[in-house]
Design a binder for this molecule. Structure first.
Ligand code: APR
Length: 231
């Protein structure tokens, strides 16, 4: 007899992909130590110096091409055998999908997609054989292409479906995010009281909730321990 699987909702951030060799943002030597957010992650920065912004994301895309999903990504995909796993990620990489996760919501966009400067909602796949985006590359509407990335100050359309997932969860897990950026960080407020919440991060993360069990370790080790706890 088929039993309904419990819904396991996982919010991930840059720390999820750190063991795959992708830099986090706010750790020492993180991306925001080497670049100014306002230069490469705002619409104003793109208007000022589009070439520099396109180049920043071209570099991120090349870095991603050489990265592989780590044991944490793979462990989350394996949990689908027993749980109805829903991933909500702030990451723009595709490592959850490449590990085999089938339900992934990207809050902050996707590195392997582009959109038109005139329509930020419609995304197109980037051909892996032509990773770089340049000034003059046009979207199907004839307008300049831009990375399909949600920059600071822009709307986060995927937050609504993400909230619905969190409200419906039986178990909530947070992995590798400093919870500095809203509205993603606010998702924790939608977990119903009484549902177990686990947080996997090698550093202590402030959550303002007393019912969060923190596993102080990296993503791979944390997912391994989570599987033991849920077994
Ligand atoms: N495993 C798990 N967590 C780790 C690991 C690891 N191996 N290494 C580092 N971390 C943790 C750090 O301790 C930190 O708490 O990952 C977290 C990374 O935090 P941030 O760099 O702030 O990244 P994130 O929370 O994803 O940033 C949110 O900010 O700039 C924007 O749009 C960008 O989506 C990003 C958003």
């Amino acid at each position: 007899m088929e039993t309904t699987k419990k819904r396991l909702v996982v919010l991930t951030g840059a720390g999820m992909s750190a063991e795959s060799g992708i830099s986090t943002f706010r750790d020492s030597n993180g991306l925001w130590e080497n670049y100014r957010v306002e230069d490469v992650a705002t619409p104003e920065g793109f208007a000022r110096n589009p070439e520099m912004v396109l180049d920043f994301y071209n570099q991120r895309r090349r870095e991603l091409q050489h990265a592989q999903p780590n044991a944490g990504h793979i462990g989350l995909a394996e949990l689908e055998a027993k749980y109805d796993v829903r991933i909500i990620t702030q990451n723009v990489d595709n490592l959850h999908e490449r590990a085999g996760s089938t339900h992934v919501i990207h809050l902050h966009g996707e590195l392997m997609k582009y959109c038109s400067v005139a329509n930020l909602e419609k995304a197109y796949d980037i051909d892996p054989a032509h990773l770089d985006m340049h000034l003059g590359d046009l979207a199907p509407d004839g307008k300049q292409q831009r990375p399909f990335i949600v920059w600071f100050g822009e709307a986060v359309p995927m937050i609504e479906p993400a909230i619905r997932e969190v409200e419906a969860c039986d178990i909530f897990v947070i992995i590798g995010t400093s919870l500095n950026v809203y509205p993603a960080a606010g998702l924790l407020n939608y977990v119903r009281r009484g549902q177990p919440i686990y947080l996997i991060d090698p550093k202590e993360v402030q959550t303002y909730r007393g019912d969060v069990e923190q596993l102080m370790c990296g993503a791979s080790e944390g997912v391994r321990r989570l599987k033991e706890i849920l077994a």
